[in-house]
Write a protein that binds this ligand. Structure first.
Ligand code: ADP
Length: 247
């Protein structure tokens, strides 16, 4: 942990290099089950960006049994948020790596106003001006059904749905043959808590980006291909028009 106080956006650690002045940054907001992971993978592939999921980073720490994981695991398993300080430190370390130079898609981050302010501090350091925030909107009833039926490829994170997109061979990934697993926090009671936690924290984040003219709503209720089409339409439009600068 780097011990930075990210509530003050000007205290973010100075990077050794300032590589991503022209890089594109896409932020996906949306409740658990809105399909952020699936869409982030597709956007990343389309534009040559890195897919950065704070949930995946935390689960990777859990698998490696790091110090950070010991502080985060209990919170994750009961559907609470991990502290802003931990998550911001983790994100800043990740985007300092060279594979993020062309830009990245943030999935599951920021989830609180202090995280959004911390991200703004990081953007200032890197002089990044291109940020598009997509708010994936869908009805709450769909979320629980989607998550309870979600299975994930253990090796590469490819996402399946037992209902809408089942694998050809039950239990195994179509792409690399790895075993498909269910996340431990994809049980109904934890899913409900994750959705409540999301709702409790996200409104100031939405207001914050909306007031800066950076927020675009995307209808995330349809099938994944239709949602991707909605997203790409927005991203192409934004690319062609003036990007509001980070204030
Ligand atoms: P989902 O969006 O479906 O809840 P994620 O994989 O993004 O799934 O996150 C799983 C869990 O990891 C969250 O419930 C939370 O405990 C933790 N987490 C992920 N991202 C953040 C974040 N930005 N801030 C705090 N906690 C986070």
């Amino acid at each position: 942990m780097n011990g930075l106080d990210f509530r003050n956006q000007r205290t973010a650690r100075k990077p050794l290099r300032a590589p991503w002045q022209c890089a594109r940054m896409v932020v996906l907001l949306g409740p658990p089950g809105a399909g952020k992971g699936t869409q982030a993978q597709r956007i990343a592939a389309q534009y040559g960006l890195q897919h950065l999921s704070t949930g995946d980073m935390l689960r990777d720490n859990i698998q490696r049994d790091t110090d950070l994981a010991r502080r985060a695991k209990l919170l994750i398993n009961r559907g609470d948020l991990v502290s802003d300080e931990i998550v911001l430190g983790m994100v800043q370390d990740r985007i300092a790596q060279t594979d993020c130079e062309n830009g990245f898609v943030l999935d599951g981050f920021p989830r609180t106003l202090p995280q959004a302010l911390g991200l703004e501090g990081i953007c200032r350091l890197y002089k990044s001006k291109s940020i598009t925030v997509l708010n994936m909107v869908t009805e709450p009833e769909r979320l629980i059904r989607r998550l309870a039926n979600r299975r994930i490829c253990q090796t590469s994170g490819h996402i399946y749905s037992l209902v809408d997109r089942p694998p050809i061979r039950p239990g195994f990934c179509d792409i690399d043959g790895s075993e498909l697993v269910q996340r431990p926090d994809d049980t109904e009671s934890v899913i409900r808590e994750r959705i409540r936690t999301y709702e409790r924290n996200i409104h100031p984040v939405i207001d914050y980006y909306s007031s800066r003219g950076l927020l675009y709503e995307v209808d995330a209720a349809g099938d994944p291909d239709a949602v991707t089409a909605n997203i790409l339409k927005v991203l192409e439009r934004v690319k062609l028009t003036h990007q509001p600068e980070i204030a």
